[in-house]
Design a protein around this ligand. Sequence first.
Ligand SMILES: NC(=O)c1ccc[n+]([C@@H]2O[C@H](COP(=O)([O-])OP(=O)(O)OC[C@H]3O[C@@H](n4cnc5c(N)ncnc54)[C@H](OP(=O)(O)O)[C@@H]3O)[C@@H](O)[C@H]2O)c1
Length: 204
Amino acid sequence: MTIGILGTGAMTVALGRRFVETGHEVVIGSRDPQRARAVALAIGAADGVDHRAAARADIVIVAVQDSAALELVGALAAVLRGRVLVDLGNPIDPPHFESRYGAGPSLAERMAEAAPGARVVKAFNTVYAELLEAGRPVQVFVASDDDAAKDVVAGLVTAIGCEPFDVGPLRVSRHLERLAGFEVDLVERGYAGATAAQIVDLRR
Ligand SMILES: NC(=O)c1ccc[n+]([C@@H]2O[C@H](COP(=O)([O-])OP(=O)(O)OC[C@H]3O[C@@H](n4cnc5c(N)ncnc54)[C@H](OP(=O)(O)O)[C@@H]3O)[C@@H](O)[C@H]2O)c1
């Protein structure tokens, strides 16, 4: 199963490296294929290409700056139809890191609208890249209306040594994006170097 990661920032490097280490074929996509190739080379990924080519992977992870994510996904909608599309973006801005969308639909829900037929899963947005880089076995919340797609992403989470936690349908991504805002607000005020919220399920 190939994984395409769009963007060349901290999350691409952290997740891409973990996926490569666990034997997955990873392709990096960028506005600048040369930058994608440099990142691919640095982490041992199969190739660095433009966004459209990377979006032909079995699983496509959108790891571009959140403000650019919807336009990019809209432009790639035809390619993304039927693919598992992972949104890890956080539509939050300084100074207080509340959701840019208020109580309205989340970035993930808007992504599902922008790319009809894509199997959108929200995941990884509450985990700091540094924790993934450090190999910490953190909990990763996974939300989607597509249970099979959610299982695929949960499998990836398990493969990199983290703990998938199914939080329910895609609408729950509204909470996940606000939770990330809370984490970033804490970090920006010096509470911790990096965060990943955890839920203890007493039924287990
Ligand atoms: N950093 C973390 O610890 C962390 C943790 C959880 C979630 N997130 C979320 O993950 C997403 C990616 O964050 P990140 O920290 O990895 O990287 P980032 O600094 O947000 O940028 C990621 C990539 O987005 C592309 N990009 C930047 N500005 C753009 C623009 N105006 N138009 C189109 N593409 C643009 C760039 O890739 P190219 O120039 O190569 O195309 C860049 O490498 C964000 O939504 C963030 O909230 C981050």
